[in-house]
Ligand binder design. Sequence first.
Ligand code: FES
Length: 131
Amino acid sequence: MGNDKPFRPARSYKITFVSPGGMSQSITVSPETMPSSGTGEPGSILDIALASGVEIDHACGGVCACSTCHVKIRSGLKSCNEPSEAEEDQLEKAPGITSQSRLACQCVGDASEDLVVEIPGWNRNRVREGL
Ligand code: FES
């Protein structure tokens, strides 16, 4: 899986990143202004987060070979792609997984719903303060 093709969502949607500390940052993703860092699957939560100043750990570089990019999709999970077997295998290694858990580098929303994404407390909570 590479990150070499441009990704465009079908329409605009919003991703709100939240941390247990109560900080949050919302990002609008639109076909015209698709934020992309080139890390993780095209259009993935990690791809968009890193391009938008939201840091999520990604030790393997976004290639589904670790579990440091574990996030919880608090809202909008059913608008996301199905996890692959490889993602599920990696996810099992992450602490504190729930039915809302995904790997940010593999999880791609289809823009049919806004997403609320929790960056777990054990990950580095670096959602920018004051945004
Ligand atoms: S960054 Fe390693 S699995 Fe997502």
